[in-house]
Design a protein around this ligand. Structure first.
Ligand code: IPM
Ligand code: MG
Length: 373
């Protein structure tokens, strides 16, 4: 029996609710496959500030370093967002965690589920068959450069810097991914204005010689913001720096119908962390309306990364089936919405039944009479 140690960091807002469903799904996976998950929970974010006076307590970091992977919920709290003078901020917990674990590549895949083509505000013809993956650099750039706010509070700066090593390591991963896909890599930058962007272009150009089968294209970030929703199909693998990646990936999630569907994997040399791209959505916390599928799909990415391919595929298949049967939260279907826990139950139930050859009776879902309590 394989034992997999997972650090669980639910965090703030809807984080704990979506994580609960992910753990439910892992429970179902362990019932039918020869793997056992050992969960170790840690405090992070606003909750950690309130409880331990630190957005990333040492103990939490230790738990992460002693695990095979980290499962992360969400972070952020309006209490801090509305107080620009706050010295401690929940987000510092996540940023420090990414840095300490060396998670330099944040991978954000975007796929369109057929039954959801109508859920996006964008036209069906525009988004149908979109299949892209964003490689976002995660531990450098303006997020981690020198910061300063003058005492009188009238002047501040944030420095954006990159070096060859930081660009190279993620660029190689992105080229390798492109090689396994449609062999196209698009670098998003602002090379007409920024020195850091020109460095990205130079280094990516150099590296491209090692990947002659991959076409490298460049696009300025302002144009990319438009192209991503005008012609999303043109993108295969997208590579970009930290802040552009943060912004473009939220935008790209609109294509899929909901930000509540987009998972991510953050990968380093030694550690890995899996989290939905959405935030803590405090307005929804405790209401049972949060979409757990981005977190559950992050679990699928985690299983794949750890080498559990069959387990990963069954989770993905369960999610696709549940969506195709219309068992979704209100962000995807306000008229016939299921709760966070119900969606998690259906995914888990599909997995449990997947080996019996007889899948769950979805007729019940459609008429709203689930047999699952
Ligand atoms: C994300 C989030 C974070 C980021 C925040 C919470 C610090 O928006 O993971 O995309 O900006 O990286
Ligand atoms: Mg973001």
């Amino acid at each position: 029996m394989n034992e997999i140690k997972i650090a669980v960091l639910p965090g703030d807002g809807i984080g704990p609710e979506v994580i609960k469903e992910s753990l439910k799904v892992l429970g179902a996976v362990s019932e039918i496959y020869a793997c056992k998950f050992l969960f170790n929970e840690g405090l992070v974010g606003a909750k950690a500030i309130f409880n331990a006076g630190n957005p990333l307590p040492d103990e939490t970091l230790e738990i992460c370093k002693n695990s095979d992977a980290v499962l992360f919920g969400a972070i952020g709290d309006p209490h801090f967002d509305n107080d620009p003078k706050a010295k401690l901020r929940p987000e510092q917990g996540l940023l420090k965690l990414r840095k300490e674990l060396g998670l330099f590549a944040n991978i954000r895949p975007l796929k369109i589920f057929d039954t959801l083509v109508e859920s996006s505000p964008l036209k069906k013809e525009v988004i149908k068959d979109t299949d892209m993956v964003i490689y976002r650099e995660l531990i450098s750039g303006i997020y981690f450069g020198e910061k300063f706010t003058e005492e009188q509070g009238e002047y501040a700066y944030d420095v954006c810097s990159y070096n060859r090593f930081e660009i190279q390591r993620i660029a190689h991963l992105a080229f390798q991914a492109a090689r396994k896909r449609r062999k196209k890599l698009t670098l998003i930058d602002k090379a007409n204005v920024l020195d850091t962007s020109r460095l990205w272009r130079k280094i990516c150009q150099e590296i491209s010689h090692q990947y002659a089968d991959v076409t490298l294209e460049y696009i300025f970030v302002d144009n990319a913001a438009m192209q991503v929703i005008l012609h999303p199909k043109q993108f295969d693998v997208v590579l970009t720096e930290n802040m552009f990646g943060d912004i473009i990936s939220d935008e790209a999630s609109v294509i899929g119908g909901s930000i509540g569907l987009m998972p991510s994997a953050s990968i380093g040399e030694k550690y890995s962390l899996f989290e939905p791209i959405h935030g803590s959505y405090p307005q929804a916390a405790g209401k049972g309306i949060a979409n757990p599928l981005a977190s559950i799909l992050s679990v699928a990415m985690m299983l794949e990364h750890l080498g559990y391919d069959a387990e990963s595929r069954v989770v993905e298949k369960a999610v696709a089936t549940v969506i195709s049967k219309g068992c979704v939260t209100e962000d995807l279907n306000p008229e016939r919405a299921y709760s966070t826990a119900e969606v998690g139950d259906f995914v888990a139930e599909f997995i449990r039944n997947s080996q019996k050859g007889s899948y769950y009776n979805y007729e019940n879902i459609q008429i709203g009479k689930s047999t699952i309590v």
